[in-house]
Design a protein around this ligand. Structure first.
Ligand code: GDP
Ligand code: ZN
Length: 295
């Protein structure tokens, strides 16, 4: 007897998809018709499947809320950017870049300043709280902030990101000790970094609560799908929102134009200088995007 059900793809590997359904995990292949229509199931996808004699088949991919190319994951509700102010120190620009990409896809962004047992990361926490993000100061070692994080993740698919060694795997273990993920010395991990695959896996850490642990920032490179138009960049900075539409020129790029409300806010100390610097750097990058890349 064939059974039809829906579920979420937690892992995909060489044409096999592990789908979490109300009746448990089912390993599926993709129906040939999907390939014919150039539809590739992605980790995170909600899918309709049929199960016959224990064998699953992905029949249909339900509409996606969003989709990232690197890491390849769909239907992300939130991005948790890990940072730390000690071994390794996180550069604000890395956070701002990834936050802009996520914001451009309507994904909410939160910041976890980890390793607070070694350094509370006061400056990082201040910068991002002032910019309007929720910031959790935490330690995977002492457990500080872990329950607060759990609440933030509840009921969502959250992608973890952040430079190698900030403690993403350690925090995932702290949230869900059964996982027993390997964690590593920073130097070892950086050595391995270039060879790590782009394989993304979703970990279920609670009811309807999933975490995608992804390789470091380098793999969050912009790609055709993740391109931000320079005109849209301003909207991916939540801290700019109060000033938009108040500049002298309606098409102000907030770089050097007279009567710019964003620059006035910067001069008045209402905007964090590192945030504005990141905007300028990202604007420069966005200006280099060729028209064909956005098609
Ligand atoms: P990932 O690359 O982001 O997944 O980082 P890991 O979870 O592998 O952690 C890298 C190193 O930092 C490991 O040696 C961890 O034991 C250590 N580490 C992770 N979180 C913390 C923390 O909150 N405090 C301290 N002191 N060390 C941590
Ligand atoms: Zn302006």
């Amino acid at each position: 007897m064939e059974k039809r059900t829906t579920g979420r793809i937690l892992r995909s590997l060489s044409g096999f998809y592990d789908v979490q359904t109300p009746d448990g995990m089912v390993t599926c292949r993709g129906r040939g018709s999907l390939r014919k229509n150039h539809q590739t199931p992605l980790t995170g996808d909600m899918v309709e499947i049929t199960v016959e004699k224990g064998k699953g088949m992905v029949e249909k991919i339900l509409p996606r809320r969003n989709r990232f190319v690197r890491p390849a994951v769909a239907n992300v509700d939130a991005l948790l950017v890990f940072a730390s102010n000690v071994n390794p120190i996180t550069e604000p620009f890395l956070i701002d870049r990834v936050a802009a990409i996520a914001g451009n896809q309507d994904v909410e962004v939160h910041i976890c300043v980890n390793k607070c047992d070694l350094d509370a990361g006061t400056d990082l926490a201040r910068i991002y709280r002032n910019a309007g993000f929720s910031v959790i100061q935490a330690s995977a070692v002492t457990g500080e902030g872990v329950e607060e994080l759990r609440k933030l993740l509840q009921g969502k698919l959250t992608a973890f990101t952040g430079n190698t060694g900030v403690g993403k795997s350690s925090m995932l273990n702290a949230l869900c000790p059964e996982l027993q993920l390997a964690t590593g010395e920073v130097s070892q991990k950086l050595g391995r970094g270039r060879h790590t695959t782009r394989h993304v896996e979703l970990y279920k850490i609670g009811e309807d609560t999933f975490v995608a642990d992804t390789p470091g920032f380098s793999s969050f490179d912009t790609d055709q799908m993740d391109v931000i138009l320079k005109e849209n960049l301003q909207y991916t900075f939540p801290d700019f929102a109060p000033y938009l539409g108040k500049c002298q020129f309606h098409d102000c790029s907030h770089r050097a134009e007279p009567g710019c409300a964003v620059r006035a806010a910067l001069d008045a100390g209402e905007l964090e200088p590192t945030r504005y610097d990141s905007y300028l750097r990202l604007y420069e990058k966005a200006s280099q995007i060729k028209d064909w890349e956005t098609k």
